[in-house]
Design a protein around this ligand. Structure first.
Ligand SMILES: [Mg+2]
Length: 389
């Protein structure tokens, strides 16, 4: 089998908000074609215009070649060899960031092709399932233009998630910091009150995580607040410090009263080994961004070897969710996957891009059983939401 063409689509959800923090407002989707008529689908969670350029831009020397050209004529079954080829011959511009994220979309599509070619779901090709279902957690993104409104909305969402059948939810509690919700300027004390109110609303038998989206500059400021959260039984605290403050993360992993989760923006095993060396207890690979299923499985193995948990980041469409689910099924150290049913999401892309996406039944997600990633691209939606300059 040979790769014959690669389509790259940039999509935008209508009514997007430039002051929002949801990356599901845009998307890049790749469709890889083969000479046997089998096509593979992939996506990645990064700036889609940059990622498109990373795939299609020409190059003039062996340290910086065109990714699309590098894949033409290759056998899609050679995922590991092709990962190395792409990494090596884009290395001067690539290694991290958008080029690796774009590679992730391509790698995801190759795994989809492999599964479709042999008629088996991707997780079977990744070594088989360690579980008979996946446990989703709901990422709650509250509304509100004041701290009070935001807090009430979050408490309401937490209750709704429980009623919906979830056993776990993540509170986006971003009252301040670089990615603060709608310009809110809340205090750490207010954040403590809100997290406490959410715990009281859902009761003790419900897993809660908190995401503060890179709120604090230094470990001491973070610890001053999160030590007060000790009795709230939080499963993890996500991205409390700025992304590159690894020294600070090292302090938190020793001293915070809950697990520290990090990794949604990181690329490749090289960045994840740094996180794990600093003691991060929960790693959060995004399958597209980390460099595809090939690289994600390497990182999951590293986490398993070090006794760490994997709770994947996934906030795009049914494509990335499917990839995330296959990865999660194929490892023994993934207690939850990030999953919000399409009907609970604002993004048209999340709701419409994939027909028959994975669904939640009685609080769990049954393993996907169709070949490859097991999803169908809705070509009408692809056309409808295509970015038109
Ligand atoms: Mg996050």
């Amino acid at each position: 089998m040979k790769i014959t063409d690669i389509e790259v689509h940039v999509l935008v959800s209508p009514g997007f908000r430039a002051d929002g923090t949801s990356s599901s407002q845009d998307d890049i989707v790749v469709v890889v074609h083969t000479d046997e008529g089998i096509t593979g689908i992939g996506e990645t969670d990064t700036g889609p215009w940059v990622a498109k350029a990373a795939i299609e831009a020409p190059g003039t020397h062996t340290m910086d070649l065109c990714m699309k050209d590098l894949l033409m004529g290759e056998d899609p079954f050679d995922t590991s060899a092709l990962w190395e080829k792409l990494y090596t011959f884009t290395c001067m511009t690539g290694r991290r960031g958008a080029v690796i994220s774009a590679m992730g979309a391509l790698d995801m599509a190759l795994w989809d092709i492999k599964g479709k070619a042999v008629g088996r779901p991707c997780y079977k090709l990744l070594g088989g399932a360690h579980v008979d279902h996946l446990t989703p957690y709901a990422s709650l993104q509250p509304y509100g233009s004041t701290v009070d409104e935001y807090g009430s909305s979050l408490v309401e969402w937490a209750g709704k998630a429980k009623d919906y059948g979830y056993k776990a939810a993540k509170l986006e509690c971003t009252l301040a910091g670089p990615y603060n919700h709608s310009g809110l300027k809340g205090t750490d004390e207010q954040a403590t009150e809100i997290v406490r109110a959410c715990r009281e609303a859902v009761g003790p038998d419900f897993t809660l995580m908190v995401d503060v989206q890179y709120l604090w500059f230094d470990a001491e400021s973070c610890l001053r607040t999160v030590r007060k959260w000790d009795d709230l039984d939080l499963f993890f605290l996500e991205t409390p410090l700025r992304v590159d403050n690894l020294e600070g993360y090292e302090i938190l992993t020793r001293e915070a009263p809950m697990r520290i989760a990090l990794g949604e923006w990181q690329n490749t095993r090289f960045e994840f080994s740094e996180l794990m060396d600093k003691g991060v207890q929960v790693v959060q690979p995004d399958v597209g961004r980390i460099g595809g299923l090939t690289e994600a499985m390497r990182v999951c193995q590293m986490a398993q070897d070090r006794g760490r948990l994997v709770v994947p980041h996934c906030w795009k469409t049914g494509i990335g969710i499917a990839a995330s689910a296959h990865m999660a099924a194929a490892i023994p150290n993934c207690p939850f996957i990030e999953f919000l049913p399409a009907e609970m999401c604002d993004s048209h892309l999340r709701r419409e891009l994939v027909s028959e996406p994975l669904v939640m039944e009685n609080g769990v997600i049954p393993l996907p059983d169709k070949p490859g990633l097991g999803i169908e691209l809705n070509r009408d939606a692809l056309e409808r939401y295509a970015w038109k300059p």
